[in-house]
Design a protein around this ligand. Structure first.
Ligand code: HEM
Length: 356
């Protein structure tokens, strides 16, 4: 089994950060990394830390891309105000309203082959998109269009030096996304009902953003966790039958290895002095691995509203995959992980028959 120790995190971090080059400015950051569950919880629940990330919206505004700037201002994960509470409640409500129904309706993805193919692109991505489409009552083509239209805007969040061309492309694509969502509203399906319920309380554009947040925040970690779950199951010598039915292993390769926050005032965590504006890192994957507490889905006011949905999709997806794969004893899996320490996602996963 792949171990994700403190040393490994630091080694990967060093490798990644030194390969980014000076433009990323990451080496200048005064970050403190916390590994204990108690400290991580204090960071994630504490009022003295904010998830708000500056930069992208200011740059978009300066570029004249007002709707893109508003999109970043309304990103659920970056808000800390009353609108966050409203949006979060709506997101949670929407998920729970559909969950029961979804549990009995996620389709089995019929692949005629599994062994030897790329599990990530031929199964996992398709399976999760299909399940999300069911969740939103739309078809896979529409869901993929929403996802593709939002990707350029989301990619910008990971960049520290944003070029004007990327901002313009993101703005154009975002408009495309809003018009898809508008069309969906007019068709009075689940997405429409959901956004109508929101419009009384928040601006229509904010309502649209909740939907984008759910799609964009939900699909990629679920794809990653589905891959990890199958990979890790194949690694254990003998899978515990109880675990197979009820438990998950994907937290051992959790999609989000850490969560970053910024201090809003001077404080102390784990005996370390933190100054206002310092960036601190809660290494949630390490706590989960050490069995201290499962923080794979975060904690506190920004904790993941999609946990049960993700677990439902992963459980069904694994069952479907196992049906095609057959016995784990007969296969071996090659996986190549993305070169990111923060996001644990396979970029390729090939399943082979042993001795082939
Ligand atoms: C295995 C799959 C998933 C994992 C590991 C995961 C993990 C997380 C974590 C760690 C956070 C907290 C981030 C922070 O505090 O900064 C988060 C937040 C969030 N997740 Fe998930 N997530 C998963 C699936 C989903 C799904 C399926 C959805 C939606 C349908 C979703 C929607 C969200 C949203 C909207 C937030 C922001 C919540 C807020 O800021 O209040 N996630 N997720």
């Amino acid at each position: 089994m792949t171990s994700f120790t403190k040393n490994r995190i630091l080694r990967d971090r060093y490798k990644l950060f030194s390969s980014l080059g000076r433009w990323a400015k990451r080496n200048d950051r005064d970050e403190v990394w916390f590994f204990g569950a108690g400290d991580c919880r204090r960071i994630l629940a504490g009022k003295k830390f904010t998830a708000k990330r500056g930069g992208a919206s200011e740059k978009a505004r300066a570029n004249g891309s007002e709707s893109l700037a508003k999109f970043y201002d309304d990103w659920l994960m970056f808000r800390e105000d009353r609108t966050h509470l409203i949006m979060k409640r709506i997101a949670t409500k929407a998920i729970f309203a559909r969950l029961k129904e979804l549990r009995s309706s996620i389709p089995t993805y019929g692949v005629s082959y599994m062994v030897g193919s790329d599990f990530l692109s031929n199964f996992s991505e398709k399976y999760v998109v299909r399940a999300f489409a069911t969740f939103f009552d739309i078809d896979e083509v529409e869901l993929t269009r929403i996802l593709q239209a939002t990707t350029p805007a989301i990619d910008i969040l990971g960049l520290e030096n944003i070029c004007i061309d990327s901002l313009n492309e993101a703005e154009t694509k975002l408009q495309e996304c809003y018009s898809i969502l508008k069309e969906l509203r007019e068709r009075k399906n689940f997405v429409a009902t959901l956004s109508d319920a929101m419009i009384g309380q928040v601006q229509p554009i904010t309502a649209m953003n909740v939907i984008i947040n759910l799609v964009a925040d939900g699909i990629h970690p679920t794809v990653s966790a589905l891959c990890s779950e199958v990979y890790l199951r194949s690694k254990v010598d003998k899978y515990n039958e109880d675990d197979r039915l009820t438990g998950f292993r994907f937290y051992e390769e959790a999609p989000f290895q850490y969560i970053a926050r910024r201090a809003t005032e001077n404080c102390e965590i784990g005996g370390r002095q933190i100054r206002a504006d310092d960036r601190v890192i809660a290494c949630i994957a390490q706590c989960s691995r050490m069995g201290e507490q499962d923080l794979t889905f975060g904690y506190g006011r920004h904790g993941c509203p999609g946990r049960m949905l993700a677990e439902t999709i992963i459980r069904e997806g694994v069952n479907s995959a196992e049906h095609h794969i057959g016995e784990y004893d007969d296969i071996e899996i090659d996986v190549e992980w993305a070169a990111s320490i923060g996001y644990r996602v396979p970029i390729e996963m090939i399943i082979r028959k042993k001795n082939d």
